[in-house]
Design a protein around this ligand. Structure first.
Ligand SMILES: *[C@@H]1O[C@H](CO)[C@@H](O)[C@H](O)[C@H]1NC(C)=O
Ligand SMILES: *[C@@H]1O[C@H](CO)[C@@H](O)[C@H](O)[C@H]1NC(C)=O
Ligand SMILES: *[C@@H]1O[C@H](CO)[C@@H](O)[C@H](O)[C@H]1NC(C)=O
Length: 344
């Protein structure tokens, strides 16, 4: 099997946990228990993975491992929910279709969904040594800005990117706006969450203020956490593969603009964002982060935490609670959105 160059290096050395695993699609629908709790439907369409206790409202005191009967994630103890907006393609004639998703490199059999990383240090090729604190039950966070339509709007978020993949394992260059050309193997979206916690709040009004980037730069530059947010957590990263290759030449815009639109109308790509709701059973995530392990199988063996098969992950799905078309050619995006390209 071919590996991404970045990942191929990782097998060289042992270290503390850098864990990478996949979660298949649980459901695609307009629900958002973080930003629009209780709203049925919520503002825009999401693609959601993880425990099947996912719902319009999710009580921070709920015990997700108890309330779920399955998870679409590879670690059997991970009942977290991870979600992103949905990518649509705007055809030349102005109608929209949802871009299908694929599993990721090494998870090709998965039914769409997303790949999750929990990382302690910004290195793939050698030992991860930092001790970091796992998230607590009830913890949730958001990163990105739904209203961003320019590069300056997007820059505060630092690490939300696109890769126009010409091969299945291509991982660079990363851009902050949507690719405009035809990417032969699809588009990978990467979402990296901030890594410094205030140590007190499980959530905050904007779902971001309880978290911070390191004092200097990003997780990748290795700076310390600010005094306001002193607790180092793992970096949560999502990778989502959008199969943009299914659209025919005759549907692509003739003027070279990007046909891609997020489900809330962003046609620039600057409003890339992600949502996270912690739901690991007991201390299972902390056990992984404390283990001297690398990647999924090794971390599973070192901790005794069980993995389920991709077939079992694919079987954990939810019936959408909202009856509306999110697929097929649509005159408007669900919720009535249209592609917009923001201010000059
Ligand atoms: C996990 O990987 C490390 C480093 O390659 C290795 O030393 C260790 O034996 C592995 N653990 C198991 C249980 O396979
Ligand atoms: C979702 O919430 C509704 C209303 O509170 C409830 O009736 C339903 O059982 C919940 N579904 C799941 C899967 O928890
Ligand atoms: C736009 O093109 C698609 C694909 O060819 C077609 O199915 C759809 O009906 C067209 N929509 C309009 C409004 O013409």
């Amino acid at each position: 099997m071919k590996l991404a160059p970045l990942l191929a290096l990782a097998f060289v050395a042992p270290g503390s946990a850098l864990v990478r695993f996949h979660c298949s699609q649980l459901v695609v629908e307009r629900l958002d228990p973080l930003v629009n709790p209780g709203m049925i439907p919520s503002a825009h369409v999401h693609q959601i993975v993880g425990g099947n206790a996912f719902n319009a409202t999710m009580d921070p005191k709920a015990d997700l491992p108890v309330e779920s009967t399955c998870t679409s994630c590879q670690f059997e103890d991970d009942f977290s929910n991870y979600w992103t907006a949905v990518l649509y393609f705007k055809a030349r004639n102005g109608t929209y279709m949802r871009v299908p998703q694929l599993g990721n490199n090494q998870f090709e059999k998965a039914n769409g969904g997303l790949t999750i990383y929990y990382m302690q240090d910004p290195i793939y090729e050698s030992k991860q040594i930092s001790k970091v604190k796992a998230f607590q039950p009830g913890f949730r966070m958001f990163t990105g800005s739904v209203t961003a339509r320019t590069l300056p709007d997007a820059l505060p978020f630092r690490q939300l990117t696109y890769v126009c993949m010409d091969t299945w394992t291509q991982r660079s260059p990363e851009t902050i706006a949507f690719p405009t050309r035809k990417c032969k193997s699809g588009i990978m979206v990467s979402i990296r969450f901030p890594t410094c916690w205030d140590g007190k709040n499980l959530d905050s009004p904007d779902h971001m203020a309880h978290m911070s980037y390191p004092e200097t730069g990003t997780f990748e530059s290795g700076g310390p956490c600010p005094a306001t947010h002193p607790v180092r957590t793992a970096q949560v990263m999502y990778e989502v593969i959008w199969d943009t290759t299914v659209f025919k030449d005759e549907h692509w815009p003739e003027d070279g603009t990007s046909p891609f639109v997020w489900s809330f109308g962003d046609g620039t790509g600057y409003a890339n964002h992600g949502d996270y709701l912690f739901g690991w059973k007991g201390d299972s995530l902390q056990r992984i982060l404390d283990a001297d392990c690398h990647f999924m199988t090794n971390c599973s063996k070192e901790t005794g935490l069980k993995l389920q098969s991709i077939d079992a992950m694919n079987r954990c799905t939810q019936k959408p609670k909202i009856e509306e078309d999110v697929d097929g050619w649509l005159d408007a995006l669900p919720g009535g959105y249209h592609a917009e390209y923001g201010h000059a």
